[in-house]
Design a protein around this ligand. Sequence first.
Ligand code: PEP
Ligand code: MG
Length: 324
Amino acid sequence: ITRDLESLSHLPCETLDGQRLPLWVNTGLMADVTRSLEQGAEGVGLYRTEVPFLLRDRFPSEEEQRQIYREQLEAFAPLPVTMRTLDIGGDKALPYFPIEEENPFLGWRGIRVTLDHPEIFLAQVRAMLKANAGLGNLRIMLPMISNVAEFDDALALIQRGHREIVQEGITEPLPPIGVMVEVPAAVYQARALARRADFLSVGSNDLTQYLLAVDRNNSRVAELYHAFHPAVLGALVAVAEACRAEGTPVSICGELAGDPLAAVLLLAMGYEVLSMNATALPKVKKALRSITSNEAHEVLAEVMLLEHSSEILKRLQRLMTERG
Ligand code: PEP
Ligand code: MG
């Protein structure tokens, strides 16, 4: 079976009737890079920049960051690399930047921290933009956006960082700027966000946690964390429709994208890129190569009428056992 899956790495990710769905990877460590390229990844949908920050005992300087980001961009060039701006807080605490809160997942995290500390944000953005010089495969993505003002403020800072490095002689144009949809408010404002951003990417890990009010790391309530909850699927459909209406590319970079059963639904919903851990790539590709886009649409229409996560899961499992 492993051999069978490995041989897939050079084949395109497409349905039996030839509908393409590019598979990208989520990265953080340099070790992810080789594995991703071996598996035939077509881009990076989420580079978690907090990883190099977590491996240090102080904030990396702008120049240190530039070197780290350059390595990522070069390894994948000319394939696109989506770098998420620092997403600390929640469950990710930097030892040298402690945040003490009673409800960290509802507190100071992601874009909230970096908009309050524009010096941290600007150093990171400038490092990314400098690393992109002569390559041009960078995309920047903003985590935990819950209103349009946060996007506008972040964009203004990115534009300022870009003006500064242009003055320093770097001529690369401003890269695409995207928004993570991982807070329920962003689902309901998806059109407004899609009008402003160059792309939207669903962070289904946090979106599921916040939609269902289930801490993604709390084992006591883990049974309630239903990845296939009808409300989650409804939100995913709404985001895809909002993006289609605005002509904005839409992708997903949460764990759900790496589940072959979900991939079939995401294709039918209109997601244009699925980004996942490199290890999930072969099985998702295998699943998508075993169905037609019509079948995907039929099964999506069916499961959207079901009211229980367990029924949805059963229906999807039936489809996949039929396909072997
Ligand atoms: C997500 O929330 O789905 C996501 C991709 O980001 P993270 O898991 O890093 O919060
Ligand atoms: Mg998240």
